[in-house]
Design a binder for this molecule. Structure first.
Ligand code: FES
Length: 210
């Protein structure tokens, strides 16, 4: 069974994941298990090179405050009552929502989610593309859903997190409305909600080659 185990003050141990990808495509190593860097300092990214030890990396979040309250945005869309819910701490600012349906998801507007400006098809496509599970959708009072895929993979986002699909994680899912099937893991070492990405790489302009 594919699984990821975050090691205390160390890397992510990955076992049995059939697909490791980056923007160039499949880069799966020729071995069943490997260690991925999560301190942001390895010179052999995405793999761990033990830089965490010399740097004194800690995976402890201490008593850091996280934005863990879901915010609901409701509107009538094509005759249906639509609710899009967003949990800030789960978001990695990868921007799929804005790219796919900017009429609804636009961080330059207030509020930044305006379902009334969109289509049901467009909103559904965003919820299913959301890599972090920060967004859920409810239509006409049905249970909120993430619209997950069947892919089993870990994808490395340039200057950002690991996007994980359908891999068991040895950690507590403490984000409100978090998906245990699709989630994002911190790669920069700066998250206040490790092992999950909380968008800190974006706020602190972290880069792979820093
Ligand atoms: S990669 Fe997003 S907070 Fe570290």
């Amino acid at each position: 069974m594919p699984k990821i185990k975050p090691m205390k003050d160390g890397p992510l141990l990955v076992e049995g994941v059939p697909n490791l990808k980056n923007s160039d495509g499949d880069i799966s190593p020729d071995k069943p298990s490997f260690a991925l860097c999560r301190c942001g300092l390895s010179k052999n990214k995405p793999y761990c090179d033990y830089a965490h030890a010399a740097a004194g990396f800690t995976s402890d979040n201490g008593d850091a405050k996280i934005r863990n309250t879901p915010i609901a945005y409701r509107a009538e869309v094509e005759g249906h009552q639509v609710e899009v819910s967003y949990t800030p701490v789960l978001c990695g600012h990868i921007g799929e929502c804005q790219r796919l349906h900017q009429a609804v998801f636009d961080p330059k507007k207030m509020p930044w989610i305006q379902p009334e400006n969109g289509t049901l098809e467009g909103i559904r496509s965003v919820i299913s593309a959301c890599p972090s599970g920060a967004l859920t959708l409810s239509i006409d009072g049905m249970d909120p859903t993430h619209l997950e895929s069947d892919d089993v993979s870990v994808t490395i986002v340039k200057d950002g997190p690991y996007v994980v699909k359908n891999v068991s994680l040895g950690a507590v899912f403490n984000g409100a409305n978090a998906s245990e099937e699709e989630y994002i893991l911190c790669r920069c070492g700066k998250s206040k909600n490790k092992p999950f990405c909380d968008g800190s790489h974006h706020d602190e302009k972290w880069r792979d080659d820093a």
